[in-house]
Each structure stands twice: as C-alpha cells, then as structure tokens.
Design a protein around this ligand. Structure first.
Ligand code: NAD
Length: 495
C-alpha cells in the first residue's frame, strides 16, 4: 500500500491467474481457426502485462459466422418460448456456477475492482433470468376485427440474424444485455466483443457451448473497422446493435444503411446531476461518489457533471471532496480490493490525462485529485473539478474516467436548460426534497433515464437507452424483446 498526496493505492500482489478461454473464433458451436494468423494482444491494464492473444478476425470469419447463424436461425425460431427460456435459465445457472472464474477473468482483463466484477456477473445472471421469464410473458394485442368480414392477428416474430458489437467497460454484462433478449426473442446472432476485452465473453461461449444449439450464438474477435464493419454491412444480418462511442455508432449506422437493416444504438453519455438547494447534500455527495466513480468513471451513465444551486455549492463541494478523498485506488482484489481500478488501456489513460491537462489550461480548479499514479498499470486519481463555467468543454464531452465537474446555477429554468445542453441524452439525476420539483424536473429533462435522489441504479425490468446522440433502441426490460423482434399483421377474410 502506498499513499499519494491524498489517496490510498493498493497494488496487485499475487493476483490469481485467470482461466483463459480457448484460442479461436466461436463459430457453429466450436472454437475454430480464424482465416488469418494475425492476433491482437489482450492486456491486464492493472499491471500492463499481456494476458494472451486472440485472433484479429477477418471479413471471411464474419461471413462464416453469419452463415452458421443463417443455418441455425429457423430451428431456434421454431422453439417455443418455454424451450428457449429453459436454455436461458441454464445459461444463468452456468454463469452462477462459474462465478469466481468469470469474475477473476473479467477483473484481470479490465483492471476493475473485484466488487465491480462481482456486481457485473450478478447483473448478467439476472439479465438471463429476466429474459427467460419475459420470453414467456411477451404478448401482442389480441386478435380483432377492424375491417368487415376480416379478422386481424399480430404475429411476433424474431428478426432473424442479429449482429452485436460490445464495448470494453462491462464486457460480459454488455454481452449479456444483448445475448439474453436476442436469444429470448428467437434470433440467431454474431457478436464481436471489444478487441481489448474479449476474454469473459469467449469463456462464456466455452461454458455454454453444449447448451445453445450450434450456430445460434457465434463470436468473432477482431478490430471494429474490419469485424464490426462487416457485421454492420453484411446482407444476411437483419439488425445490428452496438454499445459503444457515438463515433462508432455513426459508422455502424452508415454501414447498415446499404442493406437498410435495423440499427440499435447504445452510445455515450454525460449524465447531469442536478442538486437543488433543498437537497440532502450528504446523500447527493455520496450519490456522486458512488455513481460518478463506479468502474473508474468508465461508465456511460456516470454521474460526472454536477449542476448545484449556487446557494449550497460551497457546502456541497466540501462534502463531495471529503467523500472523494476516502476513495481507495488499486488492482482487483489487492489488499481487500479498492473502490476504483485502472483505466482500460494506456491509450485511454493518455486520453484522460490529456483532458486533465486541458482542464488546467482552462484555469479550472482541481479541488481534489487530478494526477496520474505511477505504474505499473494505468491508474488515475479520482478528481473533482470546480469553478466550471457554463458551456465549458468538460461539461459537455465524455471523459470516461474518474473526473467529476461541478457547475452552479441560479434558477430551476437555468438548471433544466443547462442540463439539456449536451449532445447526449442517456441518463440524469435530480436531487431534491421538494415533491413538486421531483415530479416536474424529470419531465423536462431530455434523458432516457432520470433518477430522483439516486444515480446509476439499474433494474432488469426497466428499459435502458438514450435520446439524441446517445442513440436509440432499448436494452433490458420487455422493450428489448420488442426491439429484437418484429410484428407481422395477418388478416383473415371470413366473409
Ligand atoms: P468504441 O466505440 O471504441 O468501441 C465499441 C465497439 O465498437 C468495439 O467492439 C469496437 O471494436 C467497435 N467498433 C469500433 N469501430 C467500429 C466500426 N467502424 N464499425 C463497427 N464497430 C466498430 O467504445 P468503447 O471505447 O469500447 O466503449 C466506451 C463507449 O461506449 C463510451 O462512449 C460509452 O459511453 C459507451 N457505452 C454506452 C453504453 C450504453 O448503454 N449506452 C454502455 C457502455 C458503454
């Protein structure tokens, strides 16, 4: 354990060696060789060590995976919801039975605290269980007569083959958010994990290979512009879903346009946290500590942009700085774990440090943190930036690191206008003890999720997804099953 100016830093020690997945592309129910011998290094960002390599997949690999999915889709679509639900429940049990292994692998590949990896795996299990139940409870409007002598029936059908592209911040959880509803709705799929964090997703494929019919779930590793792009443009992929940055989402949507396939986008965010003068400031500061620094701030819904009423700003900042000073930083599981882990990669660490440099150049106040921590690993101190003026870059761009900014406002109208002044529309929170505000303010905020006196609490029963630059489409809940299926109107003339 070492002390930086104000933080406790815990180092790796003897981290457990993760159980690695087989080498190859998971196509047609087995790990097979890629069409290319090129590989991508997969790193442990908490130590900078290379853990292993995975194939740098190719267009031919994607084509083989899509062909396997096309072959498998009719058989899977023909299964009853009850039978598909049984498979999803077995997957949930398998994840639960291999919880330690998956948590260790996920933490080693992302540098996230063991507690975050544990939460990810628990949530993934629940996503499969929810989707199993939802598959059976999913209904369409009843048959009805809307034209003389004609009876209308709505069939709910799978879309067909769904392509999925996932990010590095919650690798297995983001895969689960897609695999569970996509399979529940009766589709076959091809998934590309982030090139930086493919290990837990590949391990899951290995663990469930005998439960899922061959070709229903295929995984192809490799770079976004090659593998992700081919999935997006492939004529036999009926829908493509990406969780990632706005730029990648735009590229996927552009590639998908050539075949007019459906697109499902879960993109970036910059969640405002609006703290009114009547708020419980201790609770709000604890909420920002939990919601702003969870997963090292590498979180699309992170509470990274506080807008606090000017009359309570001084007090709120005092409490927040005290909370943030208590945050421990370190490698997963080291000396009893830490609250925040490493940045995902050296490149991302450099990006966050460059943002901190810009903050200094702009003359903003770094109230706590603001520095890199000496290696190995890519650690950065949890940081609070104050004196942030309206329209500052830090208030509108996604840093995706442990950096929270604080701005002030004078009136409710100003709070709402400023909170909405961002290209993103994923999530926001409102902190108030005034019941009228707790109803009126969320309605005026342009975000897909608005918490009141809370932040970053997610339930599998409720939809997750954004507006504006954060994309469209919904993960979780019955709405995800809707997104990954299609309706067909069949009309019977009985005249
Ligand atoms: P990223 O956009 O760099 O990568 C995401 C995925 O897209 C990766 O698998 C990558 O290989 C792939 N990709 C890159 N270029 C591509 C292309 N041209 N065609 C097809 N695929 C391509 O994002 P990231 O850095 O892995 O993840 C962080 C981002 O994800 C942040 O912006 C974050 O806000 C967002 N995110 C959003 C949600 C949500 O639910 N809205 C959840 C998690 C992360």
């Amino acid at each position: 354990m070492t002390e930086t100016a104000s933080f406790t830093v815990r180092r790796a020690g003897n981290a457990p060696v993760p159980s690695l997945p087989p080498f190859g592309q998971f196509i047609g129910g087995a790990f097979i060789a890629s069409s290319s011998a090129s590989t991508v290094d997969v790193e442990n960002p908490a130590t900078g060590e290379v853990l292993t390599q995975v194939p740098a997949g190719t267009v031919e690999d994607v084509d083989a995976a899509v062909a396997a999915a096309v072959t498998a889709k009719a058989g899977w679509a023909a299964k009853t919801p009850k039978d598909r639900a049984a498979v999803l429940l077995r997957i949930a049990d398998i994840i639960e039975g291999n919880r330690d292994l998956l948590e260790t692998l996920e933490a080693a590949n992302t540098g996230k605290p063991a507690a975050v990896a544990e939460d990810d795996i628990s949530s993934a299990i629940d996503t499969f269980r929810f989707s199993a139940g939802a598959a059976r409870a999913f209904t369409t409007p009843g048959a009805g007569d809307y034209a003389e002598n004609h009876t209308s029936v709505i069939l709910r059908e799978p879309v067909g083959v769904v392509g999925v592209i996932t990010p590095w911040n919650y690798p297995l959880l983001m895969a689960a958010w897609k695999i569970a509803p996509i399979l529940a709705a009766g589709n076959a799929m091809v998934l590309k994990p982030s090139e930086q964090t493919p290990l837990a997703t590949l391990k899951l494929a290995e663990l469930i290979a005998s439960e899922v019919p061959s070709g229903v779930l295929n995984i192809v590793t490799g770079p976004g512009p090659v593998v992700g792009n081919r999935i997006s443009e492939h004529p036999d992929v009926d829908l493509v879903a990406i969780t990632g940055s706005v730029g990648s989402g735009q590229k996927v949507a552009a590639s998908a346009a050539s075949t007019v396939k459906r697109v499902h986008l879960e993109l970036g965010g910059k969640a405002p946290v609006v703290v009114f003068d009547d708020a419980d400031l201790e609770a709000a500061a604890k909420g920002v500590r939990a919601g702003g620094f969870w997963n090292g701030g590498q979180e699309c819904g992170a509470a990274t942009r506080v807008l606090v009423h000017e009359s309570v700003a001084k007090k709120f900042i005092e409490v927040l700085v005290r909370e943030v000073q208590e945050i421990t930083i370190g490698a997963p599981g080291a000396e009893g774990d830490a609250e925040i882990g490493s940045m995902i990669s050296s490149a991302h660490y450099d990006r966050v440090l460059a943002a901190l440099e810009d903050i200094r150049k702009d003359g903003l106040t770094i109230a706590v943190g603001g520095n890199a921590i000496d290696g190995p690993g890519y650690f950065i101190e949890p940081t609070v930036v104050t004196n942030v003026p309206a329209g500052a870059t830090i208030a509108s761009t996604e840093i995706f690191g442990p950096v929270v900014s604080v701005e002030t406002f004078s009136t409710d109208e100003e709070a709402v206008t400023r909170a909405n002044e961002t290209v993103y529309g994923l999530a926001a929170s409102v902190w108030t003890t005034d019941s009228a505000r707790s109803f009126s303010i969320p309605r005026q905020l342009d975000f897909g999720t608005v918490w009141v006196n809370s932040h970053l609490v997610i339930a599998n029963e409720m939809p997750w997804g954004g507006f504006k630059g954060s994309g469209y489409g919904r993960d979780l809940s019955i709405y995800a099953l809707e997104d990954f299926s299609r309706t067909k109107h069949v009309m019977y003339n009985h005249g």
